[in-house]
Design a protein around this ligand. Structure first.
Ligand code: AMP
Length: 283
């Protein structure tokens, strides 16, 4: 595996490796890698000639400086895992490499409600930052396909919108959420949970599964209220939002007329750790 921290190096390497129409699969991450990330990598390896993974803890997507500071970082361990899993190129730049002083990389796209509801409401500016870094990384890597997890469902919607709006020549591949045996969606943040919090965390997905069972049987509003109550039965869990929305537009749904398009999305605090998850309500 080749590992680079500068744009010049990775582009020189790609110019050689990706010549003659070879496809490039790209997996952007913030590191602290787990099997969720690896599932994206494996899919990319299956579908492309070359797989590039990036590790960059992107400051512009953190609205909370304390969260940025505490974000887990484990580059040496991550690089070893990526090598073992057959990644071809690891790109791990520092902040000035991605955002040189005096350069603006703002993305000029109107996201409508996509960057304003749910995550966008509670983490103002988050998706502008995500769009900025993903667009910047796409320009550097110029991938044929890029792989994103459905775990961050709203992020996926924002990126699909950006790719369409800017007509970027990349195919976005949405990958299923990888879960622990007890159902908890894998996340780099899980490692910061205390043992007690870790034991509570599977409740989130258990309640989402129960929501799926009850979908269409009781009104949308009642289902949301029921689910929030269920989660709050566990002291230590605090719901920040729970929405049922259209899976493409992310517009909140008030009834079950378009049930096949419905998706539940949730953010829950365990202490100061914030976890997100989602589920399709009708399969
Ligand atoms: P992150 O490092 O958290 O920015 O995540 C990098 C990519 O991995 C994003 O596309 C995430 O959606 C994806 N990802 C994170 N956790 C999971 C998971 N449990 N299953 C599938 N994909 C995931």
């Amino acid at each position: 595996m080749n590992q680079f921290s500068t744009i010049r190096e990775i582009q020189e390497c790609l110019a050689i490796m990706a010549g003659e129409g070879r496809s490039i699969g790209f997996v952007p991450t913030m590191g602290a890698l787990h099997q969720g990330h690896i599932s994206l990598l494996m899919r990319s390896r299956m579908e492309n000639d070359i797989t590039v993974c990036s590790i960059f803890v992107n400051p512009t997507q953190f609205n909370n400086p304390a969260d940025l500071k505490k974000y887990p970082r484990s580059l040496t361990q991550d690089a070893k895992l990526l090598m073992e899993c057959g990644c071809d190129i690891l790109f791990a730049p520092d902040v000035p490499e991605i955002y040189p002083e005096g350069e603006s990389h703002e993305v000029d796209v109107d996201f409508g409600i996509l960057d304003k509801v749910m995550e966008g409401k509670f983490r103002p500016g988050h998706f502008r930052g995500v769009a900025m870094v993903v667009n910047r990384l796409f320009t550097i890597v110029n991938p044929t396909r890029a792989y994103f997890g459905k775990k961050d469902f709203q992020q996926l919607a924002v990126i699909l919108h950006m790719v369409n709006a800017l007509k970027l020549p990349v195919k976005i591949i949405a990958c299923e959420t990888v879960r622990e045996a007890d159902g908890l969606a894998m996340s780099s943040r899980n490692m910061r949970l205390t043992i007690a919090e870790r034991n509570l965390a599977p409740v989130i997905y258990q309640v989402l599964l129960k929501m799926r069972e009850r979908s269409g049987k009781i009104p949308v509003r009642e289902l949301k209220e029921w689910a929030i109550k269920k989660i709050h039965e566990h002291p230590g869990l605090r719901v920040e939002y729970l929405e049922i929305c259209d899976k493409a537009s992310l517009f909140p749904m008030g009834n079950w007329f378009q049930r096949k398009r419905s998706m539940a999305l949730i953010a829950v605090f365990l202490g100061d750790i914030r976890l997100i998850d989602n589920i399709e309500l009708f399969l």
